[in-house]
Design a protein around this ligand. Structure first.
Ligand SMILES: Cc1cc2nc3c(=O)[nH]c(=O)nc-3n(C[C@H](O)[C@H](O)[C@H](O)COP(=O)(O)O)c2cc1C
Length: 389
């Protein structure tokens, strides 16, 4: 993808070299445009080295007098991070008094803006108004995060992490899955035993998060319904956090009416205690817990939403293939993705996975062991884009 990356003079500009480096590593072409204030904070020389191209710092360059038009025509997406209150105001007012603002005005491509500033500057009604103006003309403006700010204040104003910027920018401009609405579940549900203990499983949430990121990158509208995960949820994807299997079912029953597909990559706990202890259970020689089975999420949703596309994930040991296929039929699934636990490999918590996809129409596709983000790419391409390679 061809990216014009605008940097204005916010203190968070120090985070941008790493973003540029990773964009270039991912095969994108990046043209960096900096305001004069930005050059005070981060070195154009460093950015030039990382982007492997001269950096645009001069508003008037005799060698390329029409750079602002050329850059806007050349790119697929224009990103501005950090966007200062000043630059956001100029964008909203249609000013074109430097190369960055002129390029912004001359560019009719996708525009992605990451404001970052002191919390009072951000919450000032003038800044809020400017952001709303930009949204109203189709710019994607991402909320800064809440946290400790470089100015010493705490509050909303922090530039989102590199992962968030990369996730948003990396979105395929062709958006092949635009219009598709998908719920992805991820992580483990937990079942309390007493006020301080719970039953759960080793699911890390990595696979579901990778699937949600990939669907988002291809333009789908995604909702993540997440139990306990070992890693943060991507801030650019809407999410709902749940605790128990019953919570997950209830949430899905409420939201599925608005979505077309459910990708059930979570590992819901199959059992809960029949009676929750209100007191912390004291240590004793032995302890017996009376467990009852939790509701079957996919089977219940199939009954409630018989026309929705449901895709299951199944973690099995020996004989798993037959069991996964049986599960697909019994629960009315469109497809099932089988992960196997073997003596030398456990997919839960691992950064890799090895899966086989079975579809209701009788197809079967076995994938080699790959990092989870690549498994996500292949599974999504197979299930939603009909790719069979
Ligand atoms: C050390 C320092 C840090 C600054 N950090 C920010 C910031 O994070 N966000 C912001 O909106 N302005 C910040 N400013 C103010 C801008 O640099 C100032 O408004 C400047 O005119 C912005 O110019 P530009 O939008 O053309 O880059 C900072 C100023 C200084 C001196």
């Amino acid at each position: 993808m061809r990216i014009v990356f605008g940097i204005s003079g916010g203190i968070a500009a120090y985070k941008i070299p790493q973003v540029i480096r990773r964009l270039v590593q991912r095969g994108h072409e990046v043209e960096v445009v900096m305001t004069q204030a930005a050059t005070q904070i981060v070195s154009p020389f460093l950015l030039q080295t990382l982007s492997k191209k001269p950096v645009w710092v001069k508003d008037f360059d005799v060698r390329r007098p029409l750079a602002h038009i050329e850059l806007g025509d050349w790119c697929d997406v224009m990103v501005v991070a950090p966007a200062t209150a000043n630059t956001v105001a100029k964008f909203a007012g249609g000013l074109a008094d430097n190369l960055l603002t002129a390029t912004f005005l001359a560019c009719d491509k996708r525009k992605v803006i990451f404001p970052a500033m002191n919390v009072k500057m951000y919450e000032n009604p003038l800044t809020r108004r400017n952001i709303e103006i930009l949204r109203s003309v189709g710019c994607e403006v991402y909320e800064p995060e809440v946290g400790e700010l470089a100015c010493g204040y705490k509050g909303r104003g922090r530039l989102p992490d590199e992962e968030v910027i990369l996730g948003v920018v990396d979105r395929d401009p062709l958006k092949p899955l635009e219009g598709l609405r998908v719920v992805v579940t991820t992580g483990a549900t937990i079942e309390p035993v007493d006020p301080v203990r719970y039953l759960s499983n080793f699911s890390s949430g990595k696979m579901g998060i990778a699937l949600a990121k990939r669907l988002y990158a291809l333009g789908a509208e995604v909702l993540l319904v997440a139990g306990k995960t070992d890693m943060p949820l991507p801030a650019y994807i809407p999410s709902q956090q749940v605790r128990t299997t019953e919570d997950m079912l209830l949430t899905l029953q409420q939201v599925m009416a608005r979505y077309d597909v459910l990708l059930m990559a979570a590992a819901p706990a199959d059992f809960r205690v029949s009676r929750l202890s209100e007191e912390k259970i004291k240590r004793s020689g032995t302890l017996s817990l009376d467990l009852v089975a939790n509701p079957d999420i996919l089977a219940t949703l199939h009954q409630n939403y018989p026309t929705k596309r449901l895709i299951g994930f199944s973690l099995e040991m020996k004989g798993g293939e037959a069991y996964a296929k049986e599960k697909m039929v019994k629960k009315g699934l469109d497809a099932i993705v089988l992960n196997m636990v073997s003596p030398d490999f456990h997919p839960m918590g691992s950064d890799e996975n090895e899966v086989t996809i079975y579809t209701a129409s009788g197809e079967e596709w076995r994938l080699a062991r790959l990092p989870k983000h690549l498994v996500a790419e292949k599974v999504i391409a197979y299930l939603f884009l009909g790719e069979r390679e």
